[in-house]
Ligand binder design. Structure first.
Ligand SMILES: *Cc1c(COP(=O)(O)O)cnc(C)c1O
Length: 360
């Protein structure tokens, strides 16, 4: 199968497996695993935080960040489309007794700050205590602008809120930002861009298992105090792992080898989108099929049910993987994600199949 469903489908390379095999390990619940400690320190230093904490998943790492800073009866302002609100089983409410206050995301992925300000509750026993603002970057493949992040930092500072970033794809955002100034940024430049994005956040969760290509793992970054509190939350959630160094070594390998190449994924997404756009324009079906221009590694296509349903069936029958579903109003929305294990030849194959289906 040519698999564009998600950047989580990558398999660890031979070199990554060799790094896992060679990793020194210890009992990480005792703080004894040198590979885990090294990974946490590497990311904390790179991103400008005091400490880091390794977790088995991004869902757990987000929960650790939010639950270590919000108490029962506190409120979290979060995007309606955010992973922490929509895709994590309601964990902050179920496990943290934290009330989410979701707000609609704008088309660029941001949460308009006038809406955030209006949603902050006064100190009054009728209301939950507004405690935190959580953003996501990238969000559905979109990069939050530097100007927006500056304004959001100022808002949380003035309002005295905690500030969490779901940076599952932080390095996709960083690679994008670094490439604005420089066609071919190097590792240090991408890391510096990531550090700049993280500025002002009290906690940041980063996934190693998305575009970076590790099989498992996320890291939460924060102050020493936040990470100490997060360690208790991790234990409570069942995320205290023992000789986790074999996993952390994969993460270290991913960080040192796969940061800059995220731009290859962005290039492939761009090729896919522009190829599709040209093809659809030439077929006269631009009304029925719309393709969004990607910033990073995700391409979204919205199709009218006719011809969308037949196109989706045809692609699936050809063994081409993507995700998709109803977008309401009789329309279908497809998501195509590029990653480490797809190539130019895979994009060619997708474009050929689309062409054949459009010609039908
Ligand atoms: C994947 C993802 C997470 C974490 O997911 P896990 O599958 O729990 O690792 C969190 N936020 C975003 C935006 C994600 O894409």
């Amino acid at each position: 199968m040519t698999d564009f469903r998600s950047d989580t489908v990558t398999r660890p390379s031979r070199e990554m497996r060799a790094a896992m095999l060679a990793a020194p390990v210890g009992d990480d619940v005792f703080g004894d695993d040198p590979s885990v400690n090294q990974l946490e320190q590497l990311l904390a230093e790179g991103l400008g935080f005091e400490a880091g904490l390794f977790a088995p998943s991004g869902t757990q790492s987000n929960l650790m960040g939010i639950m270590s800073q919000c108490a029962r009866g506190d409120e979290l302002i979060v995007g309606q489309g955010a992973h922490t609100y929509r895709w994590e089983g309601g964990g902050v409410a179920v496990l943290g007794s934290i009330q989410p206050q979701p707000l609609d995301n704008a088309a660029d992925g941001s949460i308009p700050l006038d809406r955030v300000l209006a949603a902050i509750k006064p100190d009054d026993p009728h209301f939950a205590r507004t405690r935190m603002l959580a953003l996501e970057n990238t969000i559905q493949g979109k990069v939050l602008t530097t100007a927006y992040l500056d304004q959001a930092r100022e808002l949380v500072r003035q309002a005295g809120l905690r500030f969490h970033l779901d940076g599952a794809r932080l390095f996709n955002a960083a690679a994008y930002q670094a490439a604005i100034h420089n066609d071919k940024p190097d590792h240090a430049q991408v890391m510096a861009a990531a550090r700049q994005i993280c500025k002002g956040f009290d906690s940041v969760s980063v996934c190693l298992s998305k575009g970076l290509g590790a099989p498992v793992g996320s890291v939460l970054l924060g102050s020493g105090e936040t990470i100490r509190a997060a360690r208790r939350v991790r234990k409570m959630l069942g995320g205290g792992m023992r000789q986790a160094g074999v996993l952390a070594a994969a993460g270290q390998y991913a960080l040192s080898s796969n940061l800059v190449r995220l731009l290859d994924d962005h290039r492939l997404a761009h090729r896919l989108a522009s190829g599709l756009s040209e093809m659809v324009a030439a077929s006269g079906k631009a009304e029925e099929i719309q393709i969004e221009t990607p910033q990073t590694n995700m391409v979204f296509v919205t199709l009218a049910a006719d011809p969308g349903e037949l196109i989706c069936q045809g692609l699936k029958a050809a063994g081409i993987g993507f995700t998709g579903g109803s977008a309401g109003a009789g329309r279908i929305r497809q998501r195509w994600v590029t990653h480490l294990d797809v190539t130019d030849a895979d994009v060619d194959r997708v474009l050929e199949n689309w062409q054949a289906l459009l010609n039908k």
